[in-house]
Design a protein around this ligand. Structure first.
Ligand code: ATP
Ligand code: LTN
Length: 332
């Protein structure tokens, strides 16, 4: 059992899952279940860095679990759990706070951009957030962390923290690697393709949600921003809108960029946008239907997250006890 390498990742239930989070992260999780020992969680503790409505957070956390399963994460093969059910995350995070430098945290681009967007609530959690993320990863001795491009910097800081800690106390933590897909690692907004597609985007037309009904998805793609060249060609610098659509189509269909260019050579953008919309509609349809079916069975979802928390706690506790011993805490 222990021979398989471990893979771990999480997403904050701070909004609806997007096509970006699916293509950049979840798709890669679901494809790796047989190869790795997999742990995926709802990062509810992370969401408090931005003020949440409690009822919405509770609902979205369970909905996110249903969507994970609907995206192909079989609970028999993947350990699925809710972060706040495993208190070791908070316990290790405090310790790692003390091994992370102010300067390192100040350089995190997500902290800098969220500080601009939430000027009135630049709380300590927002600043130390990467230490909680490092705890999430290091507790499980994960080898690989499948995330989108935007999380690479946090993964690199996690590596630095692990190496620093190991340098002082010996080999306590596995030093993890980010696992970033070649296609889909940075899906851009449909209306402002110079920005990442994000669930907290103020413009709902820029972002496709996995649970969007087919007509909404089709409409969003019809309105996607393109350019005036009228040629389906991959060139992210000069043609960000079209290049993003090529990426989305390639990821949804499994085709490479050349094949997509050839398929639409000499055709107008209207035809291309409709084809991308159709491909995404078909990608999302089974996910939406399965998630809705699962959401009707709350008892099943409860049994999944309870079993997940038990399994996760067991591993997390092993690491935490080792860490407590190394830093010099008296054993009970
Ligand atoms: P927020 O707007 O709250 O910051 P988000 O929409 O950017 O959220 P996250 O919950 O931060 O999404 O990301 C979940 C996972 O999906 C992470 O691994 C992240 O790297 C990945 N991801 C998010 N957005 C994209 C995107 N547009 N393209 C590729 N991967 C993405
Ligand atoms: N920081 C991530 C979510 C996240 C995560 C993690 C990802 C929290 N803990 C551990 C991978 C591993 C985000 O905002 N997308």
């Amino acid at each position: 059992m222990d021979e398989k390498k471990r893979m771990l990742s999480g997403i904050q239930p701070s909004g609806e899952l997007t096509l970006g989070s699916y293509m950049g992260a979840i798709k890669n999780w679901a494809e790796r279940a047989d190869e790795f020992d997999c742990y995926y969680f709802m990062a509810d503790m992370h969401t408090l860095t931005v003020r949440q409505n409690p009822a919405d957070l509770r609902r979205r956390t369970v909905e996110q679990l249903a969507q994970y399963i609907a995206c192909g994460l079989d609970p028999e093969k993947n350990t699925l759990f809710i972060q706040s059910h495993v208190p070791q995350h908070a316990q290790l995070a405090w310790i790692l706070d003390c091994y992370t430098m102010f300067g390192e945290l100040s350089r995190m681009t997500q902290f800098k951009s969220k500080s601009v967007h939430h000027e009135d609530n630049i709380n300590a959690g927002l600043f130390t957030y990467p230490c909680l993320m490092a705890a999430d990863i290091l507790l499980y001795q994960a080898h690989y962390v499948p995330v989108g491009e935007d999380q690479k910097q946090h993964c690199e800081l996690t590596r630095d923290i692990a190496l620093r800690f190991n340098g002082i106390y010996g080999d306590v933590f596995t030093v993890p690697d980010p696992y970033i897909a070649k296609v889909g690692a940075r899906v851009m907004s449909l209306t402002s393709p110079e920005n990442k597609m994000s669930k907290s985007d103020k413009d709902p037309n820029g972002c496709v949600y996995l649970m969007d009904p087919p007509e909404v998805i089709a409409r969003k793609f019809k309105r996607a921003v393109t350019d005036s060249e009228m040629c389906v060609r991959y060139d992210p610098e000069n043609k960000p809108g079209i290049s993003n659509l090529i990426q989305i189509y390639a990821c949804a269909t499994g085709k490479d960029y050349d094949a997509v260019e050839q398929e639409f050579a000499g055709q107008g953008y209207g035809v291309f946008k409709t084809a991308v919309g159709d491909a995404v509609v078909e990608l999302c349809r089974p996910i939406r239907e399965e998630a809705n079916r699962l959401l009707a069975d709350k008892a099943y979802l409860e049994s999944v997250y309870r079993a997940g928390a038990d399994k996760a706690s067991y591993i997390a506790n092993r690491t935490l006890r080792k860490v407590y011993k190394k830093v010099g805490f008296v054993q009970k």
